[in-house]
Design a protein around this ligand. Structure first.
Ligand code: KE4
Length: 425
């Protein structure tokens, strides 16, 4: 069933650490060997052994319009014939920026980079420069890319492999990163009281995806906004995952809370390597060359990424796009809930729009990293491998979110629920 993937994994294991180019792809926490894919289309992936899967990873979020959308491919082809990379100004970057600032009016000015990590690195430096304060507060289990300052109590692959806070990050630097539990405003307030005038910003995944999916409890995001106002810190929404997924205007639109700075990635590039950061003009103008805060990138604003992103962000503006995601997200969530009740398997399901997680725990509410960690990761691994065998490709970690696209519809949801029904885990 997976012989060609196994053969290729033998080769890749000699070339890349762990045989992969990003740790979560290694299937380590689910105890199997990674699948090698050769084709994707719509809601489906096809592996090198000819197996077909309904895809709930979507390249970790970007493919919200499904794989290989004809309009995105056409747009990339047309631009590629004119130029792949100029390393200079061009109008494609303006087109994408104009869409972003329209959909997220809190972003008055922005800068393109090549990944979510780069965007998060840049806003940390910018926030420290703007406030002249050294510390940043993040939340346990949140992941903001592999930037040194954020590899403290991080989620995603760090949590999946229960790696200690990564070696190689000097303690002097790690000490400048404060952590609190998500959904706990008292802990946040306490951090500010114990670190007067030294916290530059709060960095938060407004809806967490990297502990598995966690939703903000009522008043939490507003509370962070008020605390930042009270202590003169910046509020930074890391919307690399939630941007354009949980709403057309991201979490800041869905929950009506205005951050000072926002980071973007994934969907914003339509599957090509694009990240962005932006926010209040007054803050962003500190970035070189208009200001002294340096940040640069050879391929920033690459024309192919710009046009793939712009085409994708035009597609998500089509009538009924998010209503459709909500309709099928609801069907999937309630369908899984019912199956687990029938199977007497204790799970808690968290969903926000087209991102969800199924926590294998009898914890009635999973609202922060400690409660997420009560999950039975062995049972999740069994579940993952059973579904994989039945043609359903989930993120290979209990501490990741499932993503589905506008192309996942009745047929895919039914097939998924049937596979869960038939699975033994
Ligand atoms: P990238 O550098 O991977 O483009 O973005 C980092 C990042 C920043 N912020 C948030 C909220 C993120 O979710 C991410 C990256 N997400 C992971 C999956 N949880 C990417 C997958 C991977 O690491 O291979």
């Amino acid at each position: 069933m997976y012989s060609k993937s196994k053969e290729l994994f033998n080769k890749s294991s000699k070339l890349f650490p762990g045989g992969v180019n990003s740790p979560v792809r290694a299937f380590k926490s689910v105890g199997s060997s990674p699948i090698f894919f050769k084709k994707s289309q719509g809601a489906y992936l096809y592996d090198v052994d000819g197996n077909e899967y309904i895809d709930y990873v979507g390249s970790w979020g970007p493919m919200i319009c499904g794989h290989g959308h004809s309009k995105v491919i056409e747009a990339i082809q047309q631009v590629a014939e004119k130029g792949i990379s100029f390393g200079a100004c061009h109008e494609y970057e303006i087109h994408l920026a104009e869409i972003i600032t329209k959909l997220m009016p809190n972003i008055e000015m922005l800068r393109f980079v090549n990944s979510g990590t780069e965007a998060c690195m840049a806003v940390a430096r910018l926030a420290r420069a703007y406030t002249k304060r050294p510390k940043i507060l993040k939340f346990n289990g949140c992941y903001h890319g592999h930037f040194d300052s954020f590899l403290v109590q991080a989620g995603s692959g760090v949590a999946t492999m229960s790696l200690p806070d990564s070696p190689g990050v000097p303690s002097e630097l790690a000490e400048l990163t404060l952590t609190a539990n998500y959904n706990n405003l008292e802990e946040v307030e306490k951090c500010f009281e114990q670190n007067p005038n030294s916290i530059a910003a709060i960095m938060v995944e407004p809806v967490v995806g990297n502990s598995g999916c966690l939703l903000p409890q009522n008043g939490f995001l507003e509370g962070l906004r008020n605390i930042c106002n009270k202590y003169g810190a910046l509020l930074i929404f890391d919307e690399v995952m939630t941007g354009f997924r949980v709403a057309k205007g991201g979490a800041q639109e869905r929950f009506n809370v205005s951050p000072d700075l926002t980071t973007l990635g994934k969907i914003v590039g339509g599957g090509l390597p694009v990240g962005a950061y932006g926010g209040k003009k007054e803050i962003m103008e500190m970035i070189a060359p208009s200001g002294p805060v340096y940040q640069a990138g050879t391929l920033s604003g690459n024309p192919l990424g710009m046009v793939a992103g712009a085409t994708t962000l035009n597609l998500i503006q089509e009538e009924g796009f998010y209503e459709n995601l909500e309709l099928y997200g609801e069907k999937l969530e309630t369908g899984i809930k019912q199956i687990m009740i029938d199977k007497e398997v204790p799970v808690t399901i968290n969903r926000c729009g087209a991102m969800l997680s199924v926590f294998f725990t009898d914890q009635k509410e999973v609202y922060n990293f400690p409660t997420a960690k009560t999950s039975d990761t062995n049972r999740f691994a069994k579940f993952f491998n059973e579904l994989l065998k039945n043609g359903i490709y989930l993120p290979p970690s209990q501490f990741e979110a499932w993503f589905f696209s506008s192309i996942h519809s009745k047929n895919e949801i039914e097939k998924t629920l049937n596979a869960i029904e038939a699975a033994q885990f």
